[in-house]
Design a protein around this ligand. Structure first.
Ligand code: BES
Ligand code: ZN
Length: 448
């Protein structure tokens, strides 16, 4: 329904153009600015081709594209080739990340300890089998461990005040061979050591109740021995990539150089394991490619960067890397991030925008003007922080996620394939984004 309204407007304009040829850019200012501007915009929107997007999704979603795999590399090659073919000089920005496999076996036994223990591993725990006397080490701060003999021992440490990592390194520095952490609040938590590190020793995490009982037991019998086994934990350094095509402003000269605004249109190209990710997120990737093709020849006063990010599914790693390497001057000039993630499922609901802080910003405002003009209604905005707009928003850049809500039942499933893709939905979102960006970048170029 939404789509048919936009088609009517476009059809009406095409109809008119048969009688009077559509104004070219050069004759733009001679007649009514608004009418000419609408003509110009509608002609651009007509060049967006849902078949191109569908074809990209089909090519990209033949296999899952997990970050750091050959399949991601193949997707990166495909994306780069497309950007290059539109005339961009494409940059592949490679970054490393830690790929952690959790252990399959975690065992802890303590001499004479009759209570049931259910140890958890911490993220980045290393594998190993250690046996040693247990020593109570408080919170594991350096000054608390200073006078303890920890050589060859397993240290019992309470959560709190400093990180799990810092506690472990303090213990390892004193010669400890293992760590038993326990919570400082009721229940269990998901613990993490934050990163892989060669100095790590095997460690487990217990509840507060288990830990406190163990402290009592060890205080009673200071020569208590423990055995700690962790198997199957693996940590690898892996590589993923962001793919970047940049359109410089049309009126770039020595005066405007490095002063113009920057807009980022982005989408993650990686998928989760076992899901070919046609909608999540070959759809956003395909749309980024198509928008790069369409915008290549549109005059604008703003730099537009088309970026596909790697390793989003592993925790927004590619977009974080990208934002972290920007200069303060670039961040200052970055006025908008349009994040396209899951923009073409037949089985999902209506288009919505999500911002990290639930507040409107330049992206949502431009989009609402565009969707009202095309479809007769503004795109709703709500809160969401599960995708690549988040690092931009955290850096103070107006950013929003484009997604259909509710999500389709195939989200992160093997069924997320090309047969679930709606060309009409792709076309609708691509038109809204294009019009929103043209409205932001036209002020100067229409006036020149
Ligand atoms: N495309 C999803 C995000 C999403 C899904 C937003 C459904 C709204 C509705 C994204 O690729 C994803 O799966 N994100 C992760 C979080 C991320 C920080 C690893 C998620 O939502 O679990
Ligand atoms: Zn996604």
């Amino acid at each position: 329904m939404k789509h048919s309204i936009s088609k009517i407007i476009i059809t009406a304009i095409i109809g008119l153009s048969v009688i009077a040829p559509i104004a070219t850019f050069a004759t733009y200012y001679t007649n009514s600015q608004d009418e000419k501007s609408t003509n110009f915009e509608m002609n651009i929107l007509k060049t967006i081709d849902d078949e191109n997007m569908y074809k990209h999704i089909k090519s990209l979603s033949k296999t899952p594209r997990v970050a750091g795999t050959e399949q991601e590399d193949a997707a990166v090659d495909y994306i780069k080739k497309q950007f290059d073919s539109y005339g961009y000089k494409t940059e592949v920005q490679t970054f490393t990340f830690n790929d952690y496999t959790a252990p399959h076996t975690i065992e802890l036994t303590l001499d004479g300890f009759l209570h049931i223990v259910d140890p958890s591993a911490l993220e980045y725990s290393v594998s190993g089998h250690v046996v040693g006397e247990v020593v109570v080490g408080g919170l594991g701060k350096a000054n608390e461990l200073q006078h303890l003999d920890l050589t060859g021992k397993i240290v019992l440490l309470k959560r709190g005040d400093i990180s799990f990592k810092e506690k472990m390194l303090n213990a390892a520095n004193k010669g400890a061979v293992g760590v038993i952490y326990y919570n400082n609040a009721p229940g269990m938590i998901m613990g993490s050591l934050g990163e892989a590190n060669h100095s790590f020793i095997p460690a487990v995490l217990l509840t507060q109740a288990e830990g406190e009982k163990m402290v009592k037991q060890v205080n009673k019998n200071p020569d208590t021995q423990a055995s700690l086994t962790i198997e199957g934990a693996k940590s690898n350094t892996n590589k993923s990539h962001n793919v970047i095509a940049t359109k410089k402003p049309s009126n770039l000269n020595s005066k405007t150089k490095a002063k113009h605004d920057i807009i980022v249109i982005g989408a993650h190209h990686d998928s989760v394991a076992n899901a070919p990710g046609a909608n999540d997120n070959a759809s956003g990737t395909a749309m980024t490619l198509e928008l790069a093709r369409v915008f290549k020849t549109i005059p604008s006063d703003t730099e537009i960067r088309f970026i596909t990010f790697g390793a989003e599914e592993l925790g927004l790693i590619g977009s974080n890397h990208y934002v972290n390497q920007l200069s303060p001057n670039e961040i200052d000039r970055m006025v908008a991030n349009f994040n396209l993630d899951m923009v073409g499922s037949k089985d999902a609901g209506k288009l919505i925008l999500q911002t990290m802080d639930d507040k409107p910003n330049l992206v949502t405002e431009l989009t609402q003007v565009a969707s009202t003009k095309l479809n007769g209604e503004p795109t709703p905005v709500n809160q969401g922080d599960s995708s690549d707009h988040v690092p931009f928003a955290k850096a103070g850049i107006p950013a929003a996620l484009f997604i259909h809500n509710p999500a389709e039942p195939w989200y992160h499933k093997p069924e997320d394939k090309i047969d679930k893709i709606s060309k009409a939905k792709l076309q609708d979102v691509a038109e809204i984004v294009t019009l929103a960006i043209m409205n932001q970048t036209r002020v100067e170029h229409y006036a020149k």
